[in-house]
Design a protein around this ligand. Structure first.
Ligand code: AMP
Length: 294
């Protein structure tokens, strides 16, 4: 298929790694940057803002590439891989509206050889927080992001702060493996009621959706207390736990206050420490995460 056809706005689908590398060659003809936004699809306004950020970074002559791939290797055996929302037609429409230059949508078979025997292992940042409840998750993330980087060879890639631990792991990965891709973090995009936008929000039943913004309110409470002079992490966490557990139907996976870069637990919240408060909460069978800077 000629490249021009693949890039036509009405048909921006580039399905295989071979095609994307041809497209990448085409992108590479200009000196302007190629900027990648990796996603698992079910795109929402949060993703759209990441794409706008990518466009700003790419500049008028640069190229914005979005990948939509629900990566099986980052889901545990009892996780929601099969029921993860897949809305590819809508995703393609959003990408078209946002002026995306290439949309990469490979199948798991295209991405992983049946006898694939190599993957990446992250051994520090992924021990706690989401990594504790999801063993192997960040190894899967590192592996797929590296593969996407190798296929598309972007200059820059945009990741959301909503997945703070993921952003920290990716920054560490490009540092430790000398991967020549600049990482741009983008602040969390929220619904009007404060709920962090997430593809999983559409899996919430109405009662859970109604109370879900209280996760953000609980985190905001910690920020306000810290701003008012409470520096004890023990006391801040106690209040946070109480607020989260008072959400009807909620069970708390974790509620932590850590250094935003090393993800090590803090004992005190002090100005300039760049702390981060993070929580993962299950509402019914849906696991939601959120975080704020301290
Ligand atoms: P996902 O499709 O959920 O894997 O997300 C793809 C990218 O979008 C990741 O870098 C996420 O951190 C980012 N993202 C998802 N939701 C939001 C949000 N509400 N605000 C900012 N970034 C987000």
């Amino acid at each position: 298929m000629p490249l021009r056809r693949l890039l036509r706005p009405s048909k921006p689908l580039v399905k295989t790694a071979a095609r994307i590398s041809a497209a990448r060659k085409w992108c590479g003809q200009s000196d302007a940057p190629v900027v990648l936004v990796p996603t698992m699809g079910a795109l929402h306004r949060g993703h759209a803002e990441l794409i706008c950020r990518a466009r700003r970074a790419a500049g008028p002559k640069g190229k914005v590439v979005v990948s939509v791939f629900v990566n099986p290797t980052q889901f545990g055996p009892r996780e929601d891989f099969s029921r993860y929302p897949r809305t590819f037609r809508d995703d393609a429409a959003l990408c078209r509206r946002e002026g995306v230059d290439l949309l990469f949508h490979p199948s798991p078979e295209e991405m992983y050889a049946p006898d694939a025997s190599l993957s990446l292992v992250e051994g520090d940042l992924s021990r706690g927080l989401c990594g504790a409840a999801r063993p192997g998750h960040f190894n899967g993330v590192c592996t797929v992001v590296t593969k996407l980087f190798n296929i598309i060879r972007p200059d820059l890639a945009v990741f959301g702060e909503k997945d703070w631990q993921q952003l920290a792991v990716i920054r560490r990965m490009v540092r430790d493996l000398d991967i020549p891709v600049g990482i741009i973090g983008y602040p969390t995009v929220r619904e009007d009621d404060g709920l962090a936008m997430s593809s999983r929000n559409r899996l919430l039943d109405p009662a859970s959706r109604k109370v879900a913004p209280r996760i953000h309110h609980a985190l905001t409470g910690v920020v306000m207390e810290a701003e008012a002079g409470e520096f004890s992490v023990q006391r801040l966490k106690k209040g946070l736990m109480k607020d989260l557990l008072s959400i009807p139907g909620a069970s708390v996976d974790y509620a932590e206050i850590v250094d935003g870069t090393t993800l090590q637990p803090l004992r005190k919240v002090l100005p300039g420490k760049k702390g981060r408060v993070l929580a993962a909460v299950r509402l019914g069978s849906v696991r939601l995460i959120d975080n704020l800077p301290l």
